[in-house]
Design a protein around this ligand. Structure first.
Ligand code: TRP
Ligand code: SF4
Length: 344
């Protein structure tokens, strides 16, 4: 039976927050029950933009993997590894670069977008231009069929599909023709499909999307006192100045949290109590605090062993890297052979 393989990667940006949990990790945790999954730390990708501040990558990677484990990613089910420890990614990237038209890279939307966004940094580099090709190599080297990504990554996936097609067309011809007259091709590299995550938009403490760059996050493993304080001091409906002023939940970031954490009854209580000034904001925030803490409790629980014994994380990563490397080497054997580089 054919079972699709899932692969996804994340840049090591340090400690993850609840936005990562709702947007990405909860989905990984679901997927690991249905598919063989590979999840990796995209540390080389981090260098494409952070080439001038490489010192933090390793620590960030370790913290991030602990967050994955805390969120419920199960190393018995999924293969967890670090990109730079499977150097075959670099070899495939190099070989693919020989047949990648520059124009394909230049028209990937993130190329110009990111350069315009990160104006303080010189991103007119070879590595940054090649970023989507490195990502294509990450995916194609595992012959992954499904890649869970957010909306912003869809053009990268399309690019990876085009690269796979071009590779198979150039190097996979059997010499025979299909009934429609087109050349028959071997599938050396598999075209991956995007698994679009219906991203539950996690609001930040200020009502904007939760994001480190907005400074509005709650960390996945944030300690209890700090969670309480952050939510207690969260903005509410700005019109509601005094306790006796009625408010409008639609103008309040706390209400967005209720939509994630509250039951129907609590939501009705908020709507009614806010609009009639029947409840105060401090009261209203209480179930949000409890909801966040309840969600984090099993995460703290799972993370504890790994925080106490870093060796466990190192072992998980080492085992994952070994497994990933084996898969990558299988593909590379076929790729080299297709290019007439008969190293085996
Ligand atoms: N580009 C992705 C990001 O910034 C990370 C990434 C690198 C990735 N390689 C990948 C994601 C391969 C999926 C598959 O989020
Ligand atoms: Fe926001 Fe709740 Fe206060 Fe209404 S009562 S303004 S929903 S915190």
């Amino acid at each position: 039976m054919f079972v699709a393989k899932v692969l996804s990667g994340m840049r090591p940006t340090g400690r993850l927050h609840l936005g990562h949990h709702h947007g990405v990790l909860a989905n990984w945790v679901r997927l690991q029950h249905d598919y063989p999954c590979l999840f990796f730390v995209a540390d080389w990708h981090a260098l494409t933009t952070a080439y001038d501040e490489p010192g933090t990558i390793e620590q960030n990677a370790r913290d991030m993997v602990i967050d994955w484990l805390a969120a419920g990613v199960d190393p018995e089910r999924a293969t967890l590894f670090v990109q730079s420890r499977v150097p075959e990614h670099a070899e495939l990237h190099l070989l693919l670069s020989m047949m990648t038209p520059l124009s394909w890279l230049e028209r990937v939307p993130t190329y110009k977008d990111q350069q315009e966004k990160l104006l303080h940094k010189d991103l007119t580099t070879y590595g940054f231009l090649g970023y989507p090709l490195l990502q294509a190599a990450d995916i194609l080297i595992y012959r992954a069929d499904r890649v869970p990504v957010g909306e912003d990554q869809v053009p990268h996936l399309e690019f990876a599909r085009e690269i796979a097609r071009r590779f198979n067309f150039l190097y996979g011809q059997t010499g025979r023709r299909r009934p429609d007259g087109e050349p028959e091709l071997k599938t050396i590299l598999v075209e991956p499909a995007a698994l679009l995550t219906a991203a539950a938009k996690m609001p930040g403490l200020d009502g904007q999307k939760m994001s480190k760059s907005y400074g509005n996050t709650i960390a996945l493993r944030e300690d209890e006192a700090s969670v309480r304080k952050k939510i207690r001091t969260m903005q509410t409906d700005p019109q509601r100045v005094r306790r006796t002023d009625p408010g409008d939940p639609d103008l309040c970031p706390v209400w967005q949290f209720h939509q994630i954490y509250a039951s129907e009854e609590v939501k009705a209580w908020v709507q009614q109590g806010c609009r009639s000034a029947g409840i105060g904001c401090v009261e209203c925030k209480q179930p949000v605090i409890e909801g966040v803490l309840r969600e984090q409790a099993p995460m703290h629980e799972r993370a504890r062993r790994y925080e106490e014994e870093p060796r466990l994380v190192q072992d998980i990563i080492a085992a994952g890297c070994a497994r990933a490397r084996q898969l990558a080497q299988e593909t590379m054997r076929d790729v080299r052979a297709a290019l007439g580089l008969g190293r085996s």
